[in-house]
Design a protein around this ligand. Sequence first.
Ligand code: DSN
Length: 428
Amino acid sequence: MSVKDLLETVIGLVNEHNAWRLTRAINMIASENVMSPLALKAYVSDFMFRYAEGKPFKRYYQGTKYIDELEVLTEKVIGSLIGSSMVELRPTSGTLANAAVFRVLAEPGDAAVIAPVQAGAHVSHTRFGTLGALSIRQVDMPYDAENMNVDVDGAVKLIREVRPKFAVLGGSVYLFPHPVKEIAEAVHEVGGKLVYDAAHVFGLICGKAWPNPLERGADVMTASTHKTFPGPQGGLIAFRDEQLYKAVGKTVFPWFVSNHHLHRIPATLITALEMKEYGEEYAHQIVRNSRRLAEELSARGFKVLGERLGYTRSHQVVVNVRELGGGAWAAKTLEEADIIVNKNLLPMDPPEAVKDPSGIRIGTQEVTRLGMKEGEMEVIADFLYRLLIKREEPQKVREEVHAFRKGYMEVKYSLKEDRLITVLDLLK
Ligand code: DSN
């Protein structure tokens, strides 16, 4: 193919994708979100071309005076949202944040007790992911199927027996808060630390719609900055313990991250300011929306998990679609109508069911950011009912999805400011 043809292809694919996901699709992957236009403008800055290895004001490169100031300010503002004066922003993802923390807390061969995969643990907590790469031994906490959570008594007993270097709570399929206080007490009793992976619920914590694990005994919290916290893709770590903060900082760089993708920092700061201004309103609306969506789906005959406990306290709704055709079929069918969710393993699924699990996971954080409220959740529940239970043609429903989506084109809960100059204004 010629350069001209390839250029046309790349432009076509990018334009198609943008138009699809930003103007036509209802995006409900629970780990995604959109930035505000202001954060986006700050993201497209010259910082994306630069390096700043090391800590602010102690870099190994020249040319970093502005990023030094921005980074310290971002740490302060995020710290003020979560009550921590020690925030590390350099991991470029939640998985790298976990890697840096795990590496400091344990040596190869040591044991870590983790929330069970059925209770939503992320792959980086497991032998298949980061924990395995670091040769740390994974020991699963027992699971309480009825409450879709960690079995507290069983976990405490196990921690006393195993005496792990650390325990991990938090995860990626996450309907109800894990028992931080009880697990922290048990792991501290045996000289270990509690790591809380808040990747999914970080925005809810900032908005006070989810318990803050650092206030309940967790020693360290890792997070992503692009899920319920609606910033650029990236990771962060917050600490209660200064020694651990310093040790992890030395592990982030030079072990796991060289360049920390500087353009994330001002965009993360603008998002943090948006969370300061609107975070509580936004986070509580997310939770109201997921609860309402769960109720509306249940009323239409769907098997929604967590019914006994009110379905969900987070941004997620999890539905068992096994009898309807399975998770792979359901997610694909919804995609044909431009409703984007992911198939997901459910607690009762064996791990080998990963390609066709029984569930779908639905997140309300992005549609909430676009201004949807409880009434809109009814409309979405209806689309799902028509597609997955009534089995209407996806092509037919898709037209209605597009018409509905057109009403939600503005990013809400965001700050406005015209003076920001972007790279595109300067680089000709
Ligand atoms: N795998 C992502 C999720 O969708 O939950 C988190 O990294």
